[in-house]
Design a protein around this ligand. Structure first.
Ligand SMILES: *[C@@H]1O[C@H](CO)[C@@H](O)[C@H](O)[C@H]1NC(C)=O
Ligand SMILES: *[C@@H]1O[C@H](CO)[C@@H](O)[C@H](O)[C@H]1NC(C)=O
Ligand SMILES: *[C@@H]1O[C@H](CO)[C@@H](O)[C@H](O)[C@H]1NC(C)=O
Ligand SMILES: *[C@@H]1O[C@H](CO)[C@@H](O)[C@H](O)[C@H]1NC(C)=O
Ligand SMILES: [Zn+2]
Length: 525
């Protein structure tokens, strides 16, 4: 057996041969965690492998009708991102990390999804969220409209493209409660794909729409005017709801409110709920949020003028205090589960994507952990147990993010590549990080990382090509599923397949029609 343990700046390698112990000490500065027990004993792998097979053999398939659906989208959470986050998570728990599991990696079923959109090999979040929420692939930057929409051309798109119903609308039709939770502005691409129809995802507020040639509505107005019965809306983005004459309540700055049409859409939301004689609350900081009862019928929470913070930067109290993604998910389930007919909830970990676009891998990875905590929060509640609830965890697209070199087991995933001989260097004698990007703003030709602390949140990990922002990646993403009909999530599929699995599981949307689903209409059990 070999045990590697870290003691200050020295790495001790203890090799046990029966009674004889050999100890080698190596100077290190950057190897992560406590103790690594290498499973050098082959029979242990074989024992665990056999157990794992029997565990899988004995799994029951769940063919019930889902009462509830939760779709968790880790924005930009490609496979490499999940692997790096899994290692980081393990290292934060004092393990070597590679053999750790994120919570959602314990889900029963997985498949791959192809993420290309109609006109691009590598997609954006608008086209991919539309694929997952409407079941139709569309063009880059389009939300909730089919492929006849032309980006940025309102009149053309209104004339030739069909506005698509989303799974949220299908759920509402059956009297289910609905909710949207995101760490982005609630008008941003992924959350907006659940409710809006627009020829440009950037038309979040009226201030973003130069084009006045046709009756296109900004996304914030579509949310408030066209979707008054969404029960829970939690995220950032106050700026598109408040008139530019009003100070933002969090920052006190007038320039943080952006509506040019003079409307206060939050006030309009409140008066609509009043006119429905419903119970409702609007909150804009964490203290208020924690104080809100989960017995309300409607909850609107806008916790930032723009996007909410990266979890690693998040304040927890005061005017700029923000709830965590798991706190928002829990509150959403409080409210949604009080409906009679179940619910549909979309939860987005939005800023994984933003961390990557800036090459700030640590921010992105900590946001994966916050996202995983939200999945776990939902998974720990009876109101979203796999008996009644189909949970799907996936990403909309990947990023050009890599885990490179041959780092020794247990190496700090945010650090430099080391092996038993110490720092590994490239052909020019320079050490390099384990995490890398193919492109992005951090590109510099002449960088020597030997004395750089690469584990701080603001360190931009190296990029091979210089681009203003790091780009998305075009490979498949993983879909994880648990709950009723989750065994349909297997094999390799178009991303649109996710919509139909959710719809079939809950017998909504196209499966309401008996000719599409005799099984649904005869009452599946
Ligand atoms: C929008 O499309 C129409 C054709 O349907 C075209 O005549 C018009 O010039 C386009 N507008 C813009 C701004 O591209
Ligand atoms: C709300 O209550 C008022 C007064 O009780 C009643 O006149 C009105 O019709 C109610 N509105 C709705 C939408 O139920
Ligand atoms: C908490 O809720 C109570 C009852 O709704 C309210 O009176 C109080 O002002 C709230 N406190 C905060 C900090 O929002
Ligand atoms: C590097 O940064 C991390 C994170 O901020 C910090 O915990 C650590 O102490 C720093 N290491 C050194 C050698 O300064
Ligand atoms: Zn992105």
């Amino acid at each position: 057996m070999v045990i590697i343990s870290k003691n200050g700046d020295y790495l001790g390698v203890f090799v046990y041969f029966g009674y004889i112990t050999i100890c080698v000490s190596l100077p290190v500065t950057n190897i992560a965690s406590g103790k690594l027990e290498l499973q050098t004993d082959g029979s242990k792998w074989s024992r665990e492998g056999v157990d794992e097979v029997y565990r899988m053999v004995n799994k029951q398939t769940n063919t019930k009708v889902a009462k509830n659906i939760i779709l968790f989208i880790g924005d930009g959470m490609g496979v490499t991102t999940m692997t790096a986050a899994r290692i980081l998570d393990g290292q934060l728990k004092g393990q070597s990390g590679e053999d750790n599991k994120l919570y959602f990696e314990t889900y029963d079923h997985t498949s791959l999804a192809k993420t290309y959109c109609l006109d691009k090999m590598t997609p954006d979040s608008a086209s991919t969220a539309t694929a997952m929420l409407t079941g139709v692939k569309t063009n880059y930057k389009i939300l909730g409209m089919d492929g006849n929409a032309v980006v940025n051309n309102c009149s053309h798109s209104m004339k030739y493209s069909q506005k698509l119903q989303t799974i949220l609308h299908w759920a509402q039709k059956l009297g289910k409660r609905t909710g949207i939770v995101s760490t982005a502005r609630v008008t941003h691409a992924t959350p907006a794909a659940a409710y809006s129809h627009t020829a440009n995802r950037d038309w979040e507020g009226d201030v973003n729409m130069e084009q006045q040639d046709a009756p296109c509505k900004d996304i914030a107005r579509q949310l408030i005017e066209d979707n008054p019965t969404i029960n829970v809306i939690l995220g950032g983005g106050r700026r598109h709801f408040l008139p530019n004459t009003m100070r933002d309540p969090g920052t006190g700055r007038i320039e943080d409110s952006q509506r040019a049409d003079g409307r206060d859409l939050i006030k309009e939301w409140l008066s609509d709920k009043r006119s429905r004689n419903s119970t409702y609350s609007y909150v804009w900081n964490r203290d208020q949020f924690l104080n809100v009862s989960g017995n309300k019928e409607y909850l609107l929470g806008l916790f930032s003028s723009s996007h909410m913070s990266y979890d690693i930067d998040r304040r927890t109290s005061g005017k700029q205090g923000e709830p965590s993604l798991s706190e928002m998910t829990n509150k959403a389930i409080d409210i949604l589960s009080k409906g009679q007919n179940g619910y549909f909830l979309l939860v987005e970990g939005a800023r994984i994507d933003h961390g990557h676009h800036d090459n700030k891998a640590k921010k992105a990875l900590y946001d994966v952990l916050a996202f995983d905590n939200a999945v776990k929060a939902a998974g720990s509640r009876p109101e979203s147990s796999p008996d009644t609830t189909l949970s799907i965890v996936t990403a909309d697209h990947s990023h050009v993010f890599n885990i490179v070199g041959y780092p020794q087991r247990g190496s700090d995933v945010l650090g430099l590549v080391r092996d038993t001989g110490g720092l590994v260097t490239d052909q020019n004698g320079k050490p390099y990080t384990i995490l890398h990007y193919s492109n992005g703003p951090s590109y510099t030709q002449n960088i020597n990382l030997r004395y750089v602390n690469t584990t701080t949140a603001w360190f931009p990990f190296p990029a091979g090509y210089s681009t203003q922002y790091e780009t998305h990646g075009g490979e498949d993403v993983v879909v994880y599923a648990k709950g009723p009909m989750s065994h349909l999530v297997r094999g390799s599929h178009e991303q649109t397949y996710i919509t139909y699995v959710m719809a079939y599981s809950a017998c909504i949307g196209p499966f309401l029609d008996p000719s599409n689903s005799p099984v649904c209409s005869s009452g599946r059990v």
